[in-house]
Design a binder for this molecule. Sequence first.
Ligand code: PLP
Length: 294
Amino acid sequence: MTRRFALMIDPVTASEERVDFGDTFTMVDAAAPALSVGELSTQRGDGVFESIGVIDGHAQEVVPHLERLAHSARLCDLPVPNQEQWRQAIQVAAAECGDGEAVIKLILSRGVEHGPTPTAWVTAAPAADFSTARVGGVRVVTLDRGYDLGAAERAPWLLLGAKTLSYAVNMAALREAHRRDADDAIFLSSDGFVLEAPTASLILRLGDRFVTPVPNGGILHGTTQLSVYEYLAARGFEVGYDRVAASVLPTADAAWLVSSVRLAAPITAVDGVSLPVDAALTAELNAYLLSPRD
Ligand code: PLP
């Protein structure tokens, strides 16, 4: 069982080389206040984050998560994180995780207002139990995201490809899904294409081909989707990135929401229309995602 754990990081520049970054970490009481009231992550959601799945003390897909953290930081004009420093912080946090499933969060915020440096910290905590969603699946509704596929390129200040701390919209979409008697949501672009879920990527099966919406700036490139594609490609399936019209969604032969802690949840219905579920393949995917991966 994992106990709650928190580590503050004194971020160094991306180019600094050291064998041991231990003296840049400060363990803090995860239950005690640790942030200043001037902290811009809490005042404005101004920062970026990652959630990493941990299985029996092994942090999954660390490099893809660190690469996405760096990508998000670049998009937000935050100092690019030192990969080795953060890798070591993840290692320290993972060592605090016991058997079973846990989640490590990496947070890099703009820091304190008028302060000299960003604020950075890592936490570990027990993971929520997603076993019901992995087996029983999820009913989803489609919701308009309010921008078209060209928005990310046309308006980079919307930070659409960055995993920012500003998840209020994503959480509002989940509440709207619950109001509509569904478990989750799938965002659609205003020009009628499938994007992603508020906290997950979407993978569709169309015959023997697996498709996910192109992560061309408007959505996150999911680390779990990348792992699932690696597995499916090794099994001989064709995998690809496409523009997926909303009309394709209810015609899929199967579909999944995938993310680092939930893993693969089969979609059982879209806007009240049932979707076929491949229980055997879903179980295979989750068994793979629960195995140690780097
Ligand atoms: N898209 C969004 C908006 C997310 O918040 C997440 C994960 O939280 C994902 C996709 C899936 O990313 P990953 O598989 O790396 O967890």
